[in-house]
Write a protein that binds this ligand. Sequence first.
Ligand code: SF4
Ligand code: SF4
Length: 588
Amino acid sequence: MKGDAKPIGFIEDTAVVPEKLGTYIKEVETVLNKKQLSCIYYAHIGAGELHLRPILNLKEAKDVALMKEVALDIARIVKKYKGSLSGEHGDGRLRSEFIPLMLGDKLYTIFKEIKQVWDKENLFNPHKIVNFLPMETGLRYMPWQPDITIKTIFDFSESGDILRAAERCNGSGDCRRFPEAGSVMCPSFKATGREDFSTRARANIVREYLTKEKDNLTKGTFHQIWQMYASCLSCKACKSECPSTVDITKIKSELLQISYDKFGIPLKNRLIANIERVNHLGILMPGFYNFFVSNSVTSYFIKKLLGFASQRQLPKLYKISLRKWVKKYYRNFFLSNFPKNSALGDIQFFIDEFTNYYDVKIGIAAIKLLTILGYKINFPFHHFSGRTYLSKGLVRMAKTIANENITLLKDKVNANSPLIGIEPSAILTFRDEYVDLANDKQAANKLAKNVFTIEEFLYNEMKRGHITKAKFSSKQIKILVHTHCYQKALSNPQKTIELLRLPAGTEVAEIKSGCCGMAGSFGFEQKNYDLSMKIGNLNLFPAINQSTQKTVIAAPGTSCRHQIKEGTDRQALHPVEILLKLIKNNNY
Ligand code: SF4
Ligand code: SF4
C-alpha cells in the first residue's frame, strides 16, 4: 500500500464458531465504522477466522492510541462470542495484554505460576503471555521521529520513496520458507536458514538505517548493511512472491549507488560492470582473449583481480560477435530460407551483451529459427541492456543506457513489430528497471508492453495458430527445463514449457527450482562460491543428476547454463536451439 497508512495485523486472527461469524463481523464493523477506519479482510472464513487488518498510520500518535482502543473493543466482542483472540497465531507481544480479560484472573494467575516454576529467570519469550508490556511498546516508529525523504535514481514513487519501499515488509516471514515449501523466495535463506540472509532482514536493516541515520551513510553503517545484502542474489523472487512485493533487488542496486557516491566504486565492481567494453576489445582477437581466460596461470591472476573463485571457469568469447555475424551472413541466409509465400510478420531483434559475445551460437539459432518460421527480422541500432551495470549498482550509468535505448527503439517497436530478446536477464530489463529509470515514462511503458523473451513471443504465436506442430518433426525427446529467475518473477515459465511441448515427440518436465545460484557474477565471486553451489544443490543439481544422459536440459539463462555445466557437468541448451533441431527439413 502506498503511503504510511498500512493494514496492521493486531486483531487479524480473531476466531469465533463459523455459524456466528456473520454477526461477529457486523459488530467488528460497527466498531471500525465508529472510528472511521477502513479494514482489509482476507482468508480462512470457512474456519470462522476471517483475517482483519485495520488500516492505521502507526507513525502518528493518534493512530497508535486508536490501535489500542480497537484492540480492546474487539477483545470484548470476541469474549462475548466465546471466541479466540489468536485463532491461528500466538498471542505474542500484541495480545498478551488482553489475556486476563479473555481468560479471567483465576486462569491468568495459574499461567503466571507455571511461568514462575519453569522459567524463574524469565528467559523464554520474555514479555509474552505473562509479564507483558503494553502492546504499543517497541513499535517500529516513535511518533516524534522525523519524516525522511532520500533522493534516488530509481523511481520509488509506487511505494512513496525508498524508505517506504523497505517499509512494505510487514514481517510475515514468507521469505523464510525452506526448499520443501516449493517457493522461489528467498534462495539465500533457503540455503542457510539464516535470518540475516532473508528478504525480511534486508528490508529491516535499510529501514533502520534510513530512519535513524537519514542519508548520512558512514562506512561502518554501510559495512553492517552490506553484511546482509552481499548474500542477496538479486533474483527478484521477492518482487513477485513476497505478499507485500518487497523488491530487494532494486533497493540493493540503489544502496550500492549511494555507497559509490560516498566512497567510490571498487575496481573489481567497475571491471565486472564494464565487461561488455572488455569483450568489445577481446572480440578483435578472440583466440588471444580465450587463451588468457582459460590458461591456468593467466586466468589465476584475472580471477584474483576480479575476486572470482579459482574453481570457476571464465566464459570464453565466440569466434565472431553476433552483430558481425548478422552483417556478414544474415542476408544470404534470409534469401535462401525465408518463406516468402508464408511470411508471418515483422520483429525487431535485440542483441544483448551476453548473446553478442558468448552465446553467439544461440543468437544464430534464434535468428535462423525465426527466419525459417517466416518472421522478417530487423536489427535496429541500440545499446546493450545495462544489466551488468544494474547488478553491480552503477544505477546512474544504467539510467543513461535505459534512456538512450528507449529513445532509439520507441518509434520502431510496436504491437506489429515487437522487440524480441534471447537472454531473459537482458530483455526483461525493458519490462522492469527501464520503467523505473526512464525520463519518458510513457514511452518506457509503451515499449515495455511490446518487448518479449523469444519464448513468450513464440508461445503467443503458437496460441494464435501461427506456429503449429506440423512445422516440427516428431522425434522422441525428453526435456527437463530450468527457467531463469527473471522469467519466474516477470514472465511466466509455463510459456517456455508449453512451447517446448509443441513438437509432437517432446516430453517436457519443469524442474521445481528457484535461483540456480549463479545470478550473473554473484556465483563467480570467491566469497559467494560455497553459497552459490549450495543453492544449486537445493533442487536444480539433484534433478539434473537424476535424469538420464539422453535427457536434454533446457535453460534460457546464460548464467544458469554456466552453473549447470559446473554443478552437473551437463551442457544445457537454450529452448531455441532445441526447437531449431526439431524443425522439419533442418539443414542448418
Ligand atoms: S519481506 Fe515480504 S515475505 Fe518477508 S517478512 Fe517481509 S513482507 Fe513477509
Ligand atoms: S532478490 Fe532474491 S536473494 Fe535477494 S532478497 Fe529477494 S529473494 Fe532473496
